[in-house]
Write a protein that binds this ligand. Structure first.
Ligand SMILES: [Zn+2]
Length: 67
C-alpha cells in the first residue's frame, strides 16, 4: 500500500471565488462556508473569514493572538 500523500497539487494559481490570477498571494481557506477548502486571494479569504462564527474564527491561531 502506498503512503497517502499530504502534498497538495496546485494546478492553477487562481482564486476560487473571483478567479483572479493576479493576486500575489493566495491562501488555503478552510471553514464552514461555500468556499471550504478553496484557494482564495487575500480579499476573498478575508471575506469568507468574516462570515465565520466567532468560535470558528478562534480555530485560527493568529486570530486568537490578535485578540
Ligand atoms: Zn478572490
Amino acid at each position: 500500500m502506498p503512503k497517502p500523500s499530504t502534498r497538495t497539487k496546485i494546478l492553477a494559481y487562481i482564486c476560487a471565488k473571483c478567479f483572479t490570477t493576479k493576486a500575489d498571494k493566495l491562501a488555503w481557506f478552510v471553514g464552514k462556508t461555500l468556499f471550504n477548502e478553496s484557494l482564495l486571494c487575500r480579499t476573498c479569504w478575508q471575506d469568507q473569514f468574516n462570515s465565520l462564527t466567532e468560535s470558528e474564527r478562534k480555530e485560527y491561531g493568529f486570530y486568537a493572538k490578535n485578540k
